[in-house]
Design a protein around this ligand. Structure first.
Ligand SMILES: NC(=[NH2+])NCCC[C@H](N)C(=O)O
Length: 300
């Protein structure tokens, strides 16, 4: 299949079994890219890690490895094929595979992280993923964009977070062009860099429901969601800061979330979701949760 939305792409990434691409963030998750936390460390590049470093936190990479393996086994139990890329000593945040790339309905797109220690992840990721799939991916080089700010909310609707720090308007526009050219609606949401990425304060659960830090999200954005029939389950600022809003929807019905947020888990259950909880303490101390740890390669 030739991708016609970009002149500079030859072929989009095909997963081995020819599964569809990501048509929406809550369509059935089939394949995901993970990276073990062998060199995970808190880098003082976001508010959460700065606080943890101030409090003397140091990563226990063995514990992080165990937590990561439990997550991987659970994904596999739920029928998700996990592609594991190698860790690298100079890439302490590489386990947060979400930020390096985003899979669209038209194939994989390599992104352009703003942080220097994260921008070097792109080459590494790209080489590893080419070995998995055998085909090159498109790459955004205009502006900055990180995957935690990308929400392929549902077929026809893309939401991009723009804090100006990790994702700027140019990066958001370069990425959104692909969707706009296919007549998707694109909502750009501007927020303060304190919150790092959109997925720390907003994650879709199914086509019409999101987990959302209503304390923080501005009313204009909440109105835009409501106008599009998207209901929100509220999460507090403190819960979001502990990465309690950063969840993965396996299929629009089952949600993977942190075991440190019993109130959020209960609110999800009350709304009819099946909830699977995980100890991700080593990762949340480094500023990322389950959504950040998973880069969907195929959904739908
Ligand atoms: N999608 C996310 N929210 N990723 C979190 C990444 C955290 C990582 N320490 C960073 O600052 O880049």
């Amino acid at each position: 299949m030739k991708l016609n939305v970009f002149d500079d792409i030859v072929v989009p990434i095909h997963s081995r079994d020819g599964s569809p691409k990501v048509i929406g963030d809550t369509a059935r998750l089939r394949e995901v890219v993970l990276c073990p936390p062998s060199y995970l460390a808190p880098v003082p590049c976001c508010s959460v890690t700065r606080e943890k470093l101030r409090d003397g936190f140091q990563t226990d990479t063995e514990l992080a490895g165990r937590q990561h393996r439990v997550l991987q086994r659970a994904l596999e139990r739920f029928g998700v094929q996990c592609h594991v890329i190698p860790a690298a000593p100079d890439m302490p945040d590489l386990s947060f595979t979400r930020d390096v790339a985003a899979t669209t309905p038209w194939g994989l797109v390599l992104l352009n992280p703003a942080m220097p220690h994260r921008s070097i992840e792109v080459e590494h990721f790209s080489a590893a993923i080419e070995r998995i799939s055998g085909v090159p991916a498109r790459r955004i080089t205009d502006g900055f964009i990180e995957g935690g700010d990308v929400c392929v909310a549902r077929p026809g609707l893309l939401i991009v977070g723009v804090s100006g720090d990790r994702t700027d308007q140019r990066g958001a526009d370069a990425f959104a062009r692909l969707f706009r050219e296919q007549s998707w609606e694109v909502i750009t949401y501007r927020f303060d860099p304190h919150f790092l990425h959109l997925d720390t304060i907003f994650c879709m659960l199914d086509d019409a429901t999101a987990l959302a830090c209503t304390d923080v999200l501005d009313n204009g954005f909440l109105d835009q969601l409501e106008d599009r029939g998207i209901k929100v389950i509220p999460v507090s600022y403190k819960e979001a800061r502990r990465l309690g809003c950063n969840v993965v929807s396996i299929d629009g019905k089952t949600i993977f979330t942190s075991d440190r947020e019993p109130r959020v888990a209960e609110a999800l259950r009350q709304s009819g979701y099946r909830v699977e909880t995980f100890d991700i303490s080593e990762f949340s101390a480094c500023g990322g949760g389950i959504h950040c740890l998973t880069m969907p390669l195929a959904r739908g």
